[in-house]
Design a protein around this ligand. Structure first.
Ligand SMILES: [Zn+2]
Length: 247
């Protein structure tokens, strides 16, 4: 196969552009901001769970408070009625003894309920503190998420602009290369290979394979427009002044 040496040299530019494009596409898919957003999403889910748990605990405690308070009110009212009767002086001796006995029991119960109410209030304070903590954490994490999204969008836009520029340059460069030569290069690219490399220091620039002296003298003798392929990787080995071929 033959192709002007100038076109073969353009293959090196094309290979460089393709390498840059692959790097830029990899960057676009692996933005550090996206990774950080992923971590933050996990954290946000945890904070939302914590907040829901704090809310549920607060609801349970509110029910508990209402239950104890209702019983305490009932007990206190009962106690007041009993005392009123005792003080009225119109109850029989037997009834008075029973009332006094009941008053002792009710007073003990009221005291226990008051203690219970205080304990519920203490738990409510702790729960309120946890609710505040989760609320603050949620605000902070949400703010950070907004910041990160803006940073990610900017980074993504910059890489995408670079990909567009590289693609345009690549198209123009490919346009300067004949279809046959470009076809050889493109088929190798499609197989995940490099496509073209500079022949230098007896090595293929695509796969770094060292070329034996016999093959090398054959390459040196070839015409400038002969397309020389690497026996190892199939890449077009482009010859330039840098190739240092034996004269
Ligand atoms: Zn090679």
């Amino acid at each position: 196969m033959k192709a002007p040496n100038a076109e073969q040299r353009r293959l090196l530019d094309l290979a460089g552009l393709d390498a840059d494009l692959a790097k830029a596409r990899h960057q676009r898919k692996n933005l550090p901001e996206d990774a950080e957003l992923g971590t933050l999403a996990t954290r946000l889910a945890q904070i939302r769970d914590d907040r829901a748990a704090a809310q549920a605990a607060a609801d349970t405690l509110a029910d508990e408070y209402a239950r104890v308070e209702t019983e305490l009110t009932g007990t206190t009212d009962h106690l007041a009625r009993d005392r009123e009767q005792i003080e009225s002086g119109i109850v029989s001796h037997k009834a008075l003894t029973e009332l006094q006995h009941e008053v002792t029991g009710l007073a003990r119960r009221a005291e226990a309920l008051e203690t219970e109410l205080l304990e519920v209030m203490e738990q409510q304070e702790a729960t309120a503190a946890e609710a505040q903590r989760t609320e603050a954490a949620l605000i902070e994490a949400t703010d950070r998420e907004l910041e990160l999204v803006a940073e990610r969008d900017a980074a993504a836009a910059a890489v995408e602009r670079r990909i567009e520029d590289l693609t345009a340059t690549r198209e123009a460069t490919a346009g300067e290369i004949g279809d046959d030569l470009l076809g050889v290069y493109q088929r190798l690219r499609d197989q995940g290979r490099v496509g073209a490399g500079l022949l230098r220091q007896r090595r293929c620039g695509a796969c770094r394979m060292e070329i034996d002296p016999h093959t090398l003298s054959g390459i040196a003798a070839a015409a400038a427009d002969d397309v020389v392929r690497c026996e190892e990787c199939g890449a077009v080995m482009v010859r330039t002044e840098e190739s240092g071929l034996p004269k």
